[in-house]
Design a protein around this ligand. Structure first.
Ligand code: PGA
Length: 261
């Protein structure tokens, strides 16, 4: 794992994506507040002619169970609002797990099959929850987990209910790509900002690889970068010091650490 600490997570992530744009055929995406400004920067690069989505295919991590695609808080609608409506990605190349299905098991299998049929995800952009969840892989999610229906942790429900006009409308279940689905991506880019994430990030990078902190499974990914602001990196820095160039996980894996200021 490579850990980058920067004062501008959005610019770093957008530049990284644009820099390798031609090699990304299949892009994994996340909803949530963290990547929104990265998407804004990609839209700018699309408008200035630097990049196109025309030949890309995208897979989102997750969707709320029970929300129709056109529900304003569905992750599909959110992605359309934040990115897809502005760029030239063909509709049939934009994939989000279905929030409503007659057969969720079949829908989960189909999502995995669709990713495989597309040739796998080249790079998956991730956020992380304050408890270390990735996608809706809540605490307790096994490293071998695949796309499935999950119950949401009370902390996740509390964190996301603010986006609903009526907080009681906030779903308590979701359909999510699994940890193994994410680990299959050829590259993973996890973004985190703010001190609320510092503890989860420290455990994910310096702790055990454990279902107690689902993001910690990423220590075992051969091509994973965490891009953090100083606040989100504070837990790591307090463990290894501000001048460190490496941080080790509890199982002994050594991660490179780059402080860009
Ligand atoms: P956030 O959510 O980007 O809104 O902080 C991340 C997550 O819960 O995975």
């Amino acid at each position: 794992m490579h850990v980058v600490v920067t004062s501008d997570v959005d610019a770093y992530a957008a530049d990284l994506l644009v820099g390798k744009w031609d090699s990304i055929r299949v892009l994994g995406l996340a909803t949530g507040s963290t990547p929104v400004n990265v998407y804004g920067r990609l839209i700018q690069r699309y408008y200035d002619g630097t990049i196109s989505f025309r030949s890309k295919r995208t897979f989102n991590l997750d969707e709320y169970l029970g929300l129709a695609p056109n529900h304003p808080q569905s992750y599909r609608a959110t992605m359309v609002r934040e990115l897809m409506q502005y760029v030239d990605l063909p509709d049939d190349r934009f994939h989000v797990p279905p929030g409503i299905s007659d057969d969720y098991d079949a829908a989960c299998t189909a999502y995995e099959d669709d990713i495989r049929a597309a040739g796998g995800v080249d790079l998956w952009v991730l956020g992380v929850g304050v408890d270390g969840h990735i996608a809706f892989n809540e605490v307790g999610s096994a490293g071998a987990s695949r796309t499935r229906v999950v119950g949401l942790a009370a902390s996740t429900v509390a964190a996301n209910a603010k986006y609903f006009d009526d907080p009681d409308e906030m779903p308590t279940q979701a359909i999510t790509a699994g940890v193994a689905t994410i680990m299959d991506a050829r590259e993973v880019l996890l973004l985190a900002k703010g001190d609320a994430k510092a503890n989860a990030i420290a455990k994910a990078v310096c702790g055990d690889e454990t279902a107690d902190t689902p993001a910690s499974w990423l220590q075992g990914h051969g091509n994973c970068t965490f891009v953090l602001d100083r606040a989100a990196a504070a837990g790591i820095i307090s463990l290894v010091g501000a001048d460190a160039t490496e941080a080790s996980g509890a199982t002994g894996r050594v991660h490179s650490l780059e402080m860009l200021g």
